[in-house]
Design a protein around this ligand. Structure first.
Ligand SMILES: CC(C)(COP(=O)(O)OP(=O)(O)OC[C@H]1O[C@@H](n2cnc3c(N)ncnc32)[C@H](O)[C@@H]1OP(=O)(O)O)[C@@H](O)C(=O)NCCC(=O)NCCS
Length: 212
């Protein structure tokens, strides 16, 4: 499965919860839309293990924008943290992924280690862990539809407030304009600044809140 040619509109596109057979399209889209991210730099075999684990974990929901069977964009809603180190530890050859990252992208390894080892500036869950839309389909409303569906899913589960962290200005603008998200923290890791954003889902006051 691959990203299809097509107009950047929502016509005919459905937002659905993805199952295990979407691992390969998810890997392809993640690599294409988040090329400068740490996870793609660990290699496609690692990303395959990561999404296979995410799709079978109850606390994770991956929503996809699907048209005619093709995945145009996706959004991972993490109701609880997804441990990347556990995914790495589950495969004996993971050490090769880390060596590859250190050799080919040393700055990214430093960034990944900084993100993984430093305490989070906010204790917040659920979180939009990743959102990505295929380059040819961006600016057509798909990112907004995915983020809205993830926010609605959190609200249905009784969560009053959710969060994300991003270094992407387009994503920050999306959350700020669509949901009135506020920056609750910023932090830098190996030359990149990440904004931690939080917004209300519309659900009544509940147990889950973002603490700044
Ligand atoms: C962020 C991203 C998911 C947005 O998806 P999209 O389908 O293009 O977004 P939409 O068309 O739904 O736009 C929604 C809003 O986002 C903001 N936005 C989207 N692209 C933007 C851009 N290039 N510049 C500034 N704002 C932008 C705007 O506020 C826009 O609303 P508007 O069209 O009314 O101005 C997409 O740009 C992407 O995949 N980027 C690469 C992956 C990434 O960095 N993800 C975030 C970290 S996990």
């Amino acid at each position: 499965m691959h990203c299809a040619e097509g107009p950047t509109t929502l016509a005919g596109t459905q937002i659905v919860r993805l199952g295990g057979h979407f691992v390969e399209p998810l890997v392809g889209l993640h690599v294409a839309a988040l090329a400068g991210d740490v996870l793609p730099a660990l290699g496609p075999a690692f990303l395959r293990r990561y999404y296979a684990a995410v799709l079978r974990t109850d606390s994770q929901a991956v929503l996809g924008a699907v048209r005619a069977g093709d995945l145009l964009g996706f959004c991972q809603l993490a109701m609880a943290p997804m441990s990347i180190s556990a995914v790495l530890a589950s495969a004996p050859l993971s050490v090769l992924s880390i060596l590859r990252l250190g050799l080919l992208h040393p700055k990214m390894l430093r960034r990944g280690l900084a993100m993984a080892t430093r305490p989070e500036p906010v204790r917040a869950m659920p979180e939009i862990a990743f959102i990505a839309v295929g380059v040819r389909f961006q600016r057509g409303g798909i990112g907004r539809a995915l983020a809205s569906a993830a926010t609605a899913m959190a609200a249905e589960r009784g969560v009053a407030e959710i969060c994300t962290k991003t270094s992407n200005e387009a994503a920050r603008a999306l959350y700020e304009r669509q949901f009135g998200a506020r920056v609750v923290a910023t932090r830098s890791a190996a030359g990149r600044t990440y904004w931690h954003l939080a917004w209300r889902t519309g659900a009544p006051e509940g147990a889950h809140h973002v603490a700044a």
